[in-house]
Unconditional design. Sequence first.
Length: 530
Amino acid sequence: MTLPPDAIAALGPLGDEADAVAADLVARDAVAGTFAGDHTLWREDPTELADRLGWIPVVEEMVASLGELRDRCSRLLAAAPVEHVLVMGMGGSSLFPEVLAQTFGPHEGCPSLHVLDSTDPVAVARIDRTCPPERTLHVASSKSGSTIETRSHLEWAWARSGDPSRFAVITDPGSELAALARERGFAEVFENRPDIGGRYSALSCFGLVPALLAGVDVDALLDGARRALRECGPEVDPAANPALAVAAALAAGVRRGRDKATFVLAPAVDAFGLWVEQLVAESLGKDGTGVVPIVGEPLGLGTYGADRLFVAGCRPDEVPDDVPEDARGTVAGAAAQLLAAGLPVTWLPVDAGAASLGHAVVVAELATAWAGAALGLQPFDQPDVAAAKAATAEVLAEGDASVEEVPLDDLLAQVRPGDHLAIQAFLDPESPMATELQAVRTRLRDELQVAVSLGFGPRFLHSTGQLHKGGPPSIVCVQVSPPDPYEIPIPGRDFGFGHLKQAQATGDLRTLQARGIRAGRVSLDELLAR
């Protein structure tokens, strides 16, 4: 059922601007143009546009080929006993599988799904303990096939197993990774439609192969996606198009200084925030402007400045007129409190059902693409990511990744109203310290009265890293990269995972500072004690 126009958003101070954005997109025929694959909505130059619009037709292609894809995955699992599926990837190749793993958990009779997207030795060792090689299917996932983290993970996994029946890859046709897989006789090579960028690839092989292997209801996932395409398509009244409403809200927020898009999600779908954070940050954080996604933050009424817009993951009809005490912890209750406070809210409904998740993915993808068009941004490139990769290579060549730490108070003293404080933690995202850092994040938000994000490296380099370097200059970066307790060698390299992680941290910090961004490395103990 299509939502009535007055139920799509309650934007208050952003209402007039959002209406103007929506009217402009309608006048430019944005919806029909996108569904027709017309890149000129964003740029006349087709570079990294004409070959990045396959994420809409891929949904129907996946529906048509689902039987064959399911058979291939079944054969993979039948070839040898498999209790664990380990996806090794970064960014767009790993974040949606991570959403699936955290949202649905293990299915009875199916292997458990794990994701390795960290070069932290503690994280690698954790996976080594959790996923014994003789009971694990290793899936290397990379569009380009050359990502240093994924190739390092693959060589580590190959060295500990060496059984080609326990290896598969997901990649683009003709990539280095596909060639390597065939050379080694891997059990399967899934070649994806090549005209899809990583962060838009959730409903392609990059997301659906791990889903099938883990027993996720892919039929429902695709049903939800198809429903979203119908509800957001060119045949629908623009006033009732949920993706157009979110796009207008995001763009209006940037124009009116409310660029901190804060996602309020139910705990059961909290992991969805990891995926949508990358989608928004890497697509709309560039050219010195853009949307700053804030995910995983507890409600903080009384701490919000005039730079916030809220995206609530509940249906409008779930928002109660009043908020009883037992509803305050729910998303609907949170949305009601935000509305009562006069804060602008738009809705991106998502719950822990596969159909709902598929629907939310498509709405978010379309909304992000259209917000880019409204803001004059190219939503399919990542122009500032390569700089950090080059800096990492320089640090590795130098051999010394050390950095002098600075006092935390010196960095925090530079925070101004309306800024965004980004905590960048190069450690295992499942470390107990991650929970402690989340508490620190909340305390700093309340103390400084600014939006605070928390990202784990090197994962965030393939997500919010673009925003940090290319987005609004109103950012202060606090990096922590403590010494590693041990090292794990990378076969074929003259450095190990720990040194690679430290080089990535140092390279990213150098890149930030070279661009005049307020950034420094601080002591983990000092940050935790804050």
